[in-house]
Design a protein around this ligand. Structure first.
Ligand code: UD1
Length: 427
C-alpha cells in the first residue's frame, strides 16, 4: 500500500486547480440509467470511487467511454449509454466497497420498475442507515422487501405513481434517490425538508437538462412533475467545494496564500465564514477563490449541520487547522456519531484535543510534530495531511487509498504550491 511522506514547514503559495465534485459526480453518474440516450459528463474527477461506480453501472449494461485522458490533465469526460438495462441487481461485492451504490435504487426503480440492491453495511464514520431512502421510495409508490441482506424495490404495474414525503431529518442521499425515482413517475411528487446541498442542485440541473420537470430547486420543498421519458444531455460536474475547503485549510495552516481555481465562493459560505473567523482572508477572484493567512490563527466554535450549515465533510480538515490556532475551539459533530477518528492521530502529532460524545475541544498548540499516522476515512486522512504540512519534521500518512477515493492527484496539487510531498509504495 502506498503512503505519503510530507516534510512540514513549507509555506504554500500559488494556484491549485479544483476538480469536479466527487459527491456530485456520484449522483450524476446513475442518471445514465434514466435514459436510453447518451449522457456525457464533463469535469469528472479521476478518483477510485468514480471508477468503482463506473464498474457498477457497467454491470447493469451501461456502456462507458472516456475521453480527455491525457496524463497531464485533471478531470475527464465520460459518455454513458444505456439503451438496454441487462441486470437490475447491485451485488454485495460492489455495494460494500462503495456506499454511494445505494444511489442506483431510485433510477433503476424509475426505469425498470424494479431494483435489487445489497444493503451497504457498516461504515467507518457511523451507522449510516438507509431507512429514509426506503421510506421516501415507498411514499412515491414503491413496494419494498428485505431479504438475505438485499433490498428489493418494485413499482406496482411497472411504474411509480409519485407521492408526497416529509423527511424527518435532512438526508442528502435519500433526497437524491427520491429525485431520480420521481422524475419518471406517472404523477406529481413533493419532497419536504429535502436536502439543499449544492450537489442536490447539480443533480436537479442535470435532470432538467435531460427533460425533467422540477420546481423548488435549491429549496427544502421540491416538486417533481413526472415525465414519460428523459433524453440524453451533456453536463459539466460542479467544482468540489470540499476539496477547495481542504486546500484552503492546507494553505492557511502554513501561513500561505493560494488561489483555488474554479472554486465557487457562493457554494461554500459556511466554510469561508469559519476560515474568516479563524483569521484567514478569503476573497472571490476571477479564477475562483483567493486564500491568505498572514496573521495568527484564532479559535473557532461551530457545529456541523446540513447545508447551508458547516459541512460534516469539512470538520476534520478545519480541526487540523484549529490545532494551530490561539485559544480553545469547540466543535460539535451533529451529522455522524463516529467522526472523530482523526483525533487520536492528530494527538500523535502533538495536538491537544479532547472529545466527549459529539463534542471536540481543541486547545491550540504552538507546534505540531511529524509522526507516522493513519486514518480510517477520507476526510480524516486529509486532516492528517493538513497537520503534516505545518508539522516540524516528517509525517507519513498511511492507507493512502482513502485519499485516492476523494482527492484527485493530491500530491501533485500540493507540489504545485510548494509543499514537499512524496508518494512511495509499500507500507
Ligand atoms: C452525508 C452528508 C453529506 C456528505 C456525506 C459524506 C449531511 C446532511 N449529509 O451525506 O454532506 O457529503 O455524508 O460524508 O451533512 N440518515 C438516516 N437514515 C437514512 C439516511 C440518513 O437516519 O436513511 C441520517 C444519517 O445517519 C445522518 C443524517 O441522516 O445522521 C444525514 O445523512 P445523509 O445526508 O443521508 O448522509 P449522506 O447522504 O451520506
Amino acid at each position: 500500500m502506498d503512503k505519503i511522506i510530507i516534510t512540514g514547514g513549507k509555506r504554500l503559495s500559488g494556484t491549485i486547480p479544483i476538480s469536479g465534485a466527487k459527491n456530485s459526480a456520484l449522483t450524476l453518474l446513475p442518471c445514465a440509467l434514466l435514459t436510453d440516450e447518451p449522457l456525457t459528463l464533463r469535469n469528472l474527477p479521476r478518483l477510485a470511487d468514480i471508477d468503482g461506480f463506473q464498474h457498477l453501472l457497467n454491470q447493469f449494461g451501461v456502456s462507458t467511454t472516456i475521453a480527455g485522458n491525457r496524463p497531464g490533465d485533471f478531470g475527464r469526460v465520460m459518455t454513458l449509454e444505456a439503451p438496454r438495462i441487462t441486470s437490475s441487481v447491485a451485488p454485495y461485492e460492489l455495494v460494500r466497497k462503495m456506499r454511494a451504490s445505494i444511489l442506483v435504487l431510485g433510477p433503476m426503480l424509475a426505469r425498470m420498475g424494479e431494483a435489487t440492491v445489497s444493503l451497504p453495511g457498516g461504515c467507518a464514520i457511523g451507522n449510516r442507515p438507509i431507512d429514509l431512502h426506503l421510506k421516501v421510495l415507498e411514499a412515491l409508490g414503491a413496494e419494498i422487501e428485505m431479504a438475505a441482506g438485499y433490498v428489493r424495490a418494485r413499482a406496482p404495474d411497472g411504474g411509480l405513481p409519485g407521492g408526497r414525503y416529509s423527511f424527518p431529518v435532512v438526508s442528502v442521499g435519500a433526497t437524491e434517490n427520491a429525485l431520480m425515482a420521481a422524475v419518471l413517475a406517472s404523477g406529481k411528487s413533493t419532497l419536504h425538508n429535502a436536502a439543499r446541498e449544492p450537489e442536490i442542485v447539480d443533480l436537479c440541473k442535470l435532470l432538467v437538462a435531460m427533460g425533467a420537470q422540477i420546481e423548488g430547486i435549491g429549496t427544502s420543498d421540491i416538486t417533481i412533475h413526472g415525465v414519460p421519458r428523459l433524453h440524453g444531455a451533456t453536463y459539466r460536474v460542479m467544482s468540489d467545494r470540499i476539496e477547495a475547503g481542504s486546500y484552503a485549510c492546507a494553505a492557511a495552516i502554513t501561513g500561505g496564500e493560494i488561489t483555488l481555481q474554479h472554486a465557487v465562493i457562493e457554494e461554500m459560505e459556511a466554510t469561508v465564514q469559519a476560515l474568516r473567523d479563524a483569521g484567514v482572508t478569503v476573497e472571490p477572484v476571477k479564477e475562483g477563490i483567493h486564500v491568505a493567512a498572514d496573521g495568527p490563527l484564532r479559535a473557532v466554535n461551530l457545529s456541523t449541520a446540513p447545508y447551508p450549515g458547516f459541512a460534516t465533510d469539512m470538520q476534520a480538515q478545519l480541526m487540523a487547522l484549529l490545532c494551530r490556532a490561539e485559544g480553545t475551539s469547540v466543535l460539535n459533530e451533529t451529522i455522524f456519531e463516529n467522526r472523530y477518528m482523526h483525533v487520536p492521530e492528530l494527538g500523535r502529532m502533538g495536538a491537544n484535543i479532547e472529545t466527549s460524545g459529539r463534542t471536540a475541544i481543541v486547545q491550540g498548540v504552538a507546534q505540531l510534530t511529524g509522526a507516522e499516522v493513519m486514518a480510517t476515512d477520507l476526510r480524516a486522512s486529509m486532516s492528517l495531511v493538513i497537520a503534516g504540512l505545518a508539522a516540524e519534521g516528517e509525517t507519513q500518512v498511511h492507507r493512502l487509498y482513502h485519499l485516492d477515493r476523494g482527492y484527485e492527484r493530491l500530491e501533485e496539487k500540493l507540489a504545485l504550491v510548494g509543499a514537499q510531498v512524496e508518494r512511495v509504495g509499500g507500507d
